[in-house]
Design a protein around this ligand. Structure first.
Ligand code: AMP
Ligand code: GLY
Length: 421
């Protein structure tokens, strides 16, 4: 089969790497890809939002399946566009992708089906948002309704900060994504993610993971797209996983079905494990990045049959085998990320840095003559497996020590919650 992966991050690199190992696959393409992906497939310079160009490419290259990595094209309807042109796609259509594209849509569905989540209110003007914040006090969480590249959530420790956040959202800080604002109760607990593949009806659990969203060690500083992850997340015990499936995932999928919406693709539940049990923070409709770089190296089975079965409504026939080992992914970013940083800096030493249990996934990299240079905020993801998380962690950091990139930054404590427990 010929597969086209859409996207250019670490998530797409791990997908190309893994799908490339499938005995069913003859050729992998990636649009637009990055320097690392070009070792696993052919990168084609097409913008993930240019659906017409992607359709033309698929037709002229006889693509059998398109696997969409990031949320923006999913929310904008890439699956509807390609499927209506007769091209098979893995991922949710635009209606189902609203679970990620509109936090209000997700919260209303939770309320209709008694799904545990933070109490919330929605506001379309600053004055009423401000009143609500003053009435409820801090800590309190202010969110833009729409997609904001992971930046539209402010966990405010005082009312002044919350009011300022709401004001800047109504003033267009996130464009139309912030024209409606949610204000939520601040949940307390440990965060974890649960990943599953869904075929409209059946839910095939994949694995759990924990992300590290903050830029600084011990989870301090600004929020980022994710600075590292490990899988499994010990806090999500087997019995909690069952609770998550029964109380959160199944009712959401059924709730969508009752509205005539079929959810197909990756279901990523962002959870807060509170003392009253797991509560849903957010739903994403694609693999997490960098969680995917920790989850998928643990997969022993071929991933492709599960992706095809998701599209065809046949997931009940699929079971996946996983390695016993833990996996970790440490992200290397450009110094200064998530604020200002420079790009175009040469990264050396990549060829000999990894051992058998370590893989270097690329995100913001590109080829410049003979060199690999940085080309974004998050640049590399160093994934490692180990019989324990500590061993995996050591391997990842040993590999990082061999990478020569003075303008790079990474957190030195990825895995700390699980290792110190
Ligand atoms: P979201 O994109 O909705 O997951 O929010 C990004 C991050 O903000 C989450 O990973 C949490 O760390 C934090 N967050 C979101 N909602 C809440 C909440 N209701 N209570 C506490 N923290 C939250
Ligand atoms: N790492 C968070 C996300 O993929 O949304």
């Amino acid at each position: 089969m010929k597969i086209l992966v859409i996207g250019s991050g670490g998530r797409e690199h791990v997908l190309c790497w893994l799908l490339g190992s499938s005995s069913l696959v003859n050729q992998i393409f990636c649009a637009p890809g990055n320097a690392g992906i070009s070792n696993d497939g052919l990168c084609v310079d097409i913008d993930p939002m240019n659906f017409d160009k992607i359709t033309d490419f698929c037709k002229s290259n006889n693509i059998d399946l398109v696997v969409v990595g990031p949320e923006a094209p999913l929310v904008a309807g890439i699956v509807d566009h390609l499927e209506s042109a007769g091209i098979a796609c893995f991922g949710p259509n635009a209606e189902a992708a609203k679970l990620e594209g509109s936090k209000i849509f997700m919260k209303e569905l939770c309320d209709s089906h008694n799904i545990p989540t933070a109490k919330w209110g929605k506001f379309d003007n600053f004055e009423s948002a401000k009143n609500y914040i003053e009435l409820n006090g801090a800590p309190i969480v202010v969110k833009a309704d729409g997609l904001a590249a992971g930046k539209g959530v402010i966990v405010a420790t005082n009312t002044k900060e919350a009011i300022k956040a709401a004001e800047s959202m109504f003033n267009g800080a996130f464009g139309s994504a912030g024209s409606t604002v949610l204000i939520e109760e601040c949940l307390v607990g440990e965060e974890a993610s649960f990943f599953a593949i869904v075929d409209g009806k059946n839910v095939l659990p994949l694995a759990t993971a924990q992300d590290h969203k903050r830029i600084g060690e011990k989870d301090t500083g600004l929020n980022t797209g994710g600075m590292g992850a490990y899988s499994p997340a010990p806090i999500l015990s087997e019995s909690l996983c069952i609770t998550v499936q029964e109380q959160i995932i199944n009712p959401l999928i059924q709730g969508l079905a009752m509205k005539g919406i079929e959810f197909k693709g990756v279901f990523y539940a962002g959870l807060m494990i509170t003392k009253n049990g797991p509560k849903l923070l957010e739903v994403n409709v694609r693999f997490g990045d960098p969680e995917c770089q920790a989850v998928l190296p643990r997969l022993k089975s071929d991933l492709l049959p599960a992706l095809l079965a998701s599209r065809d409504g046949e997931l009940k026939n699929i079971s996946l085998q996983w390695r016993e080992e833990s996996a970790i992914c440490v992200v290397m970013s450009s110094k200064g990320y998530p604020e200002k940083y420079t790009t175009g800096n040469v990264i050396k030493g990549l060829e000999n840095a990894a051992d058998n249990e370590t893989i270097i996934f690329h995100a913001g990299t590109k080829l410049q003559g003979p060199d690999i240079v940085s080309d974004g905020g998050r640049v590399l993801g160093i994934s490692a497996l180990g019989s324990s998380l500590e061993i995996a962690q050591k391997r990842a950091y040993n590999t990082i020590d061999k990478i020569d990139w003075p303008q790079g930054y990474y957190r030195k404590d990825i895995g700390w919650r699980a290792i110190n427990n």
